[in-house]
Design a protein around this ligand. Structure first.
Ligand code: FES
Length: 195
């Protein structure tokens, strides 16, 4: 059985800067390796094949780009910053905001800086300009009024949607804030990574 390339494992685990170089590769991965390596910066697709042992289940590991978003020192509480991730394609527009209170997936000294995709998971309504500082929420969506809680991984708190808003995973390196992955599928896409 082939072992997982150590460079891929290192990239998945965020141990070095190899994530960008690694790209997308086919590999063989045991279920245990899958559980260990389904880290923050990866999308892993498992396909079970009848007759094939668990240890030889094929998997495709895709690595997100690491993109500089903003300076930590420039961020002010409740002043959103817009950016695009993981590419500049359709539905990539996203919000970065320092909430001023600890949040799920939050980074920075106070774990209060989060980022989310701007496209409503119900039917793709645009959530730009709907940040509510008082509630630390995004919405209501202009189409059917869904509102999402940015302190709790973008879970919907009212309205028509039944899926959380995709969260952009962030990383701090000194004073630099980077986007390094996504949790959740962006509306309108079959795969967050296009092309
Ligand atoms: S598209 Fe946003 S609630 Fe329907």
């Amino acid at each position: 059985m082939s072992e997982l390339d150590p460079k891929i494992v290192a990239a998945i685990n965020g141990e070095n800067g190899e994530a960008q170089k690694a790209g997308t590769r086919k590999c063989l991965m045991s279920r245990r390796q899958f559980l260990l390596t389904s880290g923050l910066t990866t999308t892993v697709v498992m396909v079970g094949i009848p007759g094939m042992s668990e240890a030889e289940t094929p998997a495709v590991v895709s690595t997100y780009p690491r993109k500089f978003i903003a300076k930590l020192s420039d961020l002010k509480t409740d002043e959103p910053f817009d950016f695009e991730y993981p590419d500049e394609g359709q539905f990539a527009e996203s919000i970065l905001v320092k909430l001023g209170q600890k949040a799920g997936g939050g980074i920075g000294p106070d774990q209060d800086i989060v980022a989310f995709n701007y496209t409503c998971t119900h039917q793709g309504g645009p959530l730009q300009g709907t940040y509510q500082a008082a509630d630390k929420a995004l919405g209501p969506c202009p189409l059917h009024l869904t509102t999402f809680d940015l302190t709790r991984h973008g879970i919907f708190i009212a309205g028509q949607a039944y899926q959380s808003l995709p969260q952009v995973l962030l990383e701090v390196d000194g004073d630099d804030v980077y986007a390094v992955g996504m949790f959740g599928l962006i509306y309108g896409r079959f795969d967050n990574l296009q092309g």
